[in-house]
Design a protein around this ligand. Structure first.
Ligand SMILES: Nc1ncnc2c1ncn2[C@@H]1O[C@H](COP(=O)(O)OP(=O)(O)OP(=O)(O)O)[C@@H](O)[C@H]1O
Ligand SMILES: [Mg+2]
Length: 466
């Protein structure tokens, strides 16, 4: 090839390349360049022959110029440029030397990285989001199931223990008043265990008559007794094979049945009524009661050996009034749920919250759930005031109120000074909110004021959140 053909070829290559190529002489004067690539620097499409890169650098168009850097450093260089048009460009320059080691040409490539950088940014943002979700999922897992609502240290401790022991086959015994969430927690153990895809069989021991207990629990063979199904029946324990057997209200079991149950728990084998061969059943046992089993053992109404069997990991679920921190968040949860369900936009006035927090809740979460739903359904206005509560909860001086629930008179100071009296009431309300809430944001919602105001007032009265 002669020189003119070579030159033509080179010119065409530079012009048509997908790469943004620039060739300069030793002084940085452009000999040829890919015309289109200048648009990323905010210039017109042109080969820019004869233009000096130093000039372009001075004008701030190339910031910095890769060619200028190569001439100075006398070696290949790569830099990232941010152009005036906001694009990010990766530039790579190479010096070409003559036989004496003098630079005669500089060849450079520019690659627009903006899209890649954008993608990278989006990718990083996604990663951050995923991380956030991961922590959320972990927190939810720790809570057992998404619909388990709590905030108190007591419940945090219990759910942590549950997460720890769920994967084992250890027997768990839930103790606590009616409606505290024993059944819900039993389900959460199952859903956190490796048995989660297998059945969760819930048996309420108090609802099965003694005479039917064996046939219900162990099942029966065909023709075992009059009235039996022709094909026989699988018992509840058999149905739990591979999964979890939850015996609720275990304190209600008659003594005669207790012996039979103990045998099954020890051997993990059952014999259907009227059957001849025993069947091996693999189940994890969870039991619950609102009775004091120890007391029952002392009285002789509950077998000691069965008690020992069940009492491997006892978990006492405190009554709602013993963990008042959970009340607010539970109310909020049910208010939200009812609003969603019926397309309402109702809310409770802070003083209604206050009355509910002070109530004794003998029926615990179940009572709270029912009461909130009923109240929301009945209320005509969007804001629900305490006068819509049942009398037993409303009564300021009723026996259901906590002892420290103060009436207006008892809050008044001796002086008839309005400002001081108002401060006294404000202090009292803040103390209550600080007891009921975990964060200043919750307090703000609870009191219906802004969070900065909460901070200011806490400081003013020297109150801190527990
Ligand atoms: N922490 C909680 N978060 C959300 N809902 C709860 C919570 N605790 C209890 N509940 C709800 O309260 C109601 C009563 O709970 P659950 O049936 O588990 O109580 P229990 O202790 O088994 O009562 P019982 O002794 O009468 O069987 C259920 O509707 C349950 O979903
Ligand atoms: Mg229950």
């Amino acid at each position: 090839m002669n020189d003119s053909i070579l030159e033509q070829l080179l010119t065409k290559m530079v012009e048509t390349s997908n790469n943004n190529i620039t060739i300069t002489d030793e002084n940085g004067l452009i000999l040829d360049s890919n015309p289109n690539h200048w648009t990323i620097y905010g210039l017109e499409s042109s080969r820019n022959i004869g233009v000096s890169v130093f000039e372009l650098e001075e004008k701030g168009i190339l910031e910095p110029s890769i060619t200028a850097a190569v001439i100075k450093e006398r070696k290949p260089i790569q830099i990232l440029q941010q152009t005036k048009t906001g694009r990010i460009v990766m530039s790579t320059g190479y010096p070409i030397f003559d036989v004496d080691g003098q630079i005669i040409r500089v060849l450079s490539y520019a690659q627009d990285q903006t899209e890649i950088k954008n993608l990278q940014f989006q990718y990083e943002q996604l990663q951050r989001k995923i991380k956030g979700y991961q922590t959320e999922v972990e927190e939810l897992r720790e809570k057992g199931s998404p619909n388990l609502i709590f905030r108190s240290k007591e419940m945090q401790h219990i759910t942590k223990t549950i997460s720890r022991v769920a994967k084992t086959d250890a027997t768990i015994l839930f103790l606590g008043e009616s409606g505290v969430g024993k059944s819900l927690l039993a389900r959460s153990i199952h859903s956190q265990s490796d048995r989660l895809k297998e059945p969760f069989i819930e048996v309420n021991c108090s609802t099965i008559p003694e005479s039917l207990f064996e046939s219900e629990m162990f099942g029966y063979e065909p023709g075992a007794f009059t009235g039996a199904l022709k094909q026989g029946k699988q018992g509840l324990i058999e149905q739990a094979d591979g999964g979890t057997l939850f015996l609720d209200e275990i304190g209600e079991l008659p003594l005669g049945i207790q012996v039979k149950l103990l045998k099954v728990l020890q051997e993990k084998r059952i014999m259907r009524v009227g059957g001849k061969k025993e069947r091996q059943i693999d189940f994890r046992l969870v039991a619950a009661t609102n009775q004091n089993l120890e007391e029952m053992v002392n009285k002789g109404t509950f077998r000691l050996d069965l008690y020992y069997r069940l009492n491997v990991i006892p978990l006492h679920i405190p009554a709602l009034r013993e963990r008042r921190e959970d009340i607010t968040i539970l109310i909020q949860h049910y208010v939200h749920q009812v609003n969603e369900k019926y397309n309402f936009q109702k809310s409770l006035h802070p003083s209604t919250y206050e009355a509910l927090i002070q109530y004794r809740w003998p029926g615990n979460v179940r009572e709270l759930e029912n009461l909130v739903e009923r109240m929301m359904l009945i209320a005509e206005e969007t804001t629900i005031y305490p006068d819509e509560l049942p009398n037993s909860i409303q009564g300021i001086n009723g026996e259901n109120m906590r002892n420290n629930g103060a009436s207006l008179e008892s809050l008044m100071i001796k002086e008839k000074n309005l400002k001081k009296n108002i401060e006294q009431v404000e202090r009292r309300l803040l103390q209550q909110a600080a007891e009921a809430c975990r964060t200043t944001y919750d307090m703000a919602e609870y009191l219906g004021i802004s969070q900065p105001s909460v901070i200011r007032k806490l400081k003013k009265y020297g109150i801190s959140i527990k």
